[in-house]
Design a protein around this ligand. Sequence first.
Ligand code: ADP
Ligand code: F6P
Length: 464
Amino acid sequence: MSRIVVVSNRVPVPQGNAGQAGGLAVALLGLMQRRGGLWFGWSGAVAEGQAGPSMVQRGGVGYATIDLTEAEHRGFYTGYSNGVLWPMLHGLPHLMSFRRQDLDIYRRVNRRFADALVPMLRRDDRIWVHDYHLLSLPGALRQRGVLGPTGFYLHVPFPAPEAAAVAPGIRGLVQDVLASDLLGFQTAMDRDNFAASAIGFAGAVRTGEDRLELGGRPVRLGVFPAEIAAPEFAATAAAQQAAEPVRLLAQSLRGQALLLGVDRLDPTKGLPERLEAFRRVAARRTARSLTMLQIAAPSREDVVAYRRLRQEIDAAAGAINSEFGEPDWLPLRLLARPQTRDMVAGFMRLARVGLVTPIRDGMNLVAKEYVAAQDPADPGVLVLSRFAGAAAQLSSALLVNPHDAEGMAEAICTALDMPLAERRARWQDAWAAIAETSPERWGETFLRALAPEDLERLPVAGTA
Ligand code: ADP
Ligand code: F6P
């Protein structure tokens, strides 16, 4: 059986149950722990000098990581990946901040990844590259003579070509990523948008729904929505009801309905818009009837837009509490730090309303986690942005437009007042959409599409 080699910027070397905020880590960790293989990427550390990879073996997985220099971190990670590509891919071009040298450094770091990875590769490896940080890597690997099956998966959305074109350098990167054999996306819309850019920017020809051709070479496209281990998450959420942090939160509510948001502190997550919607709800409801808990894990703090967002939501939260609070009650609790995954699961089960209202999101695993965490006999209601990839699967949620604060406030009130029978019916539909699948199955499906002849011999995993 050939080895799986995952390459991603963030490599979640296991360290207990500390909060690993981020969809990519959550989606891939279980698959790699079960299958084994090599996981290569950035160590998360910044250090001078460009030393070769450090290796850590945990179970069947070898984690090989390199540090970034200060200049690489600034240009590749903070600058081009998160200051240009991330806002462009999420349709927020006004948040882009481009410096020509950052694009050069982005390409150079992708080449450095290739140089470090190639000596570790075996002939029959299947290589799976992840996300927008590494759009150049498939091309760099081919240039270094790597011929084996190479797949690329985009965890985030891909916009229409005219929106993609605003990112300087994107044409070359689309060309580079087309060196892959298979390109995977969260939704059919992302796949089609990418295909349109491949045609417009790189001269590819679309030869079928799931097929492009570039210079006579076929490039396959596929839709692989990221999944969670729903039954396991449900079991954790139920078991956590006895844990102290969850009991303390429950006691502190004294019968009030809990509204919960759990996000990275990111401009795509729609946090100011969500707080504005909650402000309107607080204005309509009597004091002490509800409490909102927003857990927002700081993220990418070197990027200006993220630092501004922190200030903005701190101010908005303070304003809500000073306007509506009472001496013995505050409507909003804002925690700007990650919580452990177990605790998050327990809190989700307590929440009558789950608020997942991104401006744009590739998938949004929190939406699926919230559904999984519910008590089937007395489930809460998911209020979900139409612009999250998850909305394509969770159509029984209350779907909202995050730009419409009043519409969101109305949806939140509808959720708070929803009768049990309707809550159950909506939850059952949502559960049916997530219960039969798993991250393992998501990964196996991608890997089978990448190299079918080899994987035919494997049992189908993740039959949760
Ligand atoms: P993204 O990939 O943009 O971070 P997702 O919703 O797809 O968004 O994935 C986020 C993952 O990280 C989820 O598993 C979620 O539970 C976890 N997470 C997000 N924010 C926090 C937080 N504040 N504390 C703990 N875990 C978090
Ligand atoms: O899912 C999008 C994503 O960028 C992942 O690639 C990443 O693991 C996660 O969000 C967290 O972001 P970062 O690695 O920048 O902390």
